[in-house]
Write a protein that binds this ligand. Structure first.
Ligand code: MLT
Length: 221
């Protein structure tokens, strides 16, 4: 797959075109890295989860001691909520602009986020429902609690969490699962014995979950 390195709407990003044989409405994966990652960090994960899908992989614009992130935080797990709102909006705008620039279907964008990237994906679900058609959130937190719950009845969500994650407590994951379910989302919550890192077992389960969503979009050749 050809990789385009680009700057769009102020984001540095990688875009990988879909493999030949994919239909125009085939989903695009939006890869959202964790703190200190960049536009390259999750490419292998994206390719592993869904070989042949188009990939949009931006670098977070915020720097924390030189480490890219998708929004500012005041302390570990304490988010700068006005900045989170603004950055979530910017990311929604990037998806719209990229769908025009790279010719993909903006109605079929599946987020794959890890840690800080999972948190902005969760913020997108809560603040801009309809932008993401599905989400895979690896080790997410509750980004904020909206005053009015969005309608996520058409937005399936995969969540993975580590029972011994020192950054995301199990109760935090449970709160997010409940919030998304109260918003109508079908949530597949998967628990693992490890910490904040992504394990092989998580990738295997995420791939199987994604595969069932992708069945209607199978390659034509
Ligand atoms: C965040 O700030 O989004 C979370 O604490 C996860 C992380 O450490 O990046």
């Amino acid at each position: 797959m050809e990789i385009v390195k680009h700057e769009l709407n102020g984001f540095i990003l990688n875009f990988l075109h879909a493999a030949p044989g994919r239909t125009a409405s085939s989903p695009t994966l939006l890869l959202l890295h964790g703190t200190g990652g960049d536009e390259n960090s999750l490419l292998d994960l994206g390719r592993m989860l869904a070989p042949g899908l188009a990939i949009l992989s931006p670098r977070g614009k915020v720097l924390e001691n030189g480490m890219p992130r998708f929004f500012r935080r005041l302390a570990e797990g304490v988010f700068d909520l006005p900045d989170l709102k603004l950055r979530t909006h910017e990311l929604a705008d990037l998806i719209a602009a990229a769908s025009v620039a790279y010719k993909f279907d903006p109605a079929q964008v599946i987020a794959v986020g890890y840690s800080n990237g999972a948190n902005i994906a969760a913020s997108m679900l809560l603040d801009h429902p309809g932008v993401l058609s599905a989400s895979l959130l690896f080790h997410p937190m509750v980004p904020f609690v909206p005053q009015t719950l969005p309608d996520l009845s058409k937005t399936p969500v995969f969540i993975s969490a580590g029972r011994h994650d020192p950054i995301v407590l199990a109760s935090e994951t449970e709160r997010l699962v409940a919030l998304l379910q109260q918003s109508g989302a079908e949530v597949a919550a998967h628990w693992y014995s490890g910490g904040h890192e992504v394990s092989h077992a998580e990738v295997r389960d995420a791939k199987a979950w994604l595969q069932t969503l992708l069945t209607p979009f199978q390659a034509t050749s």
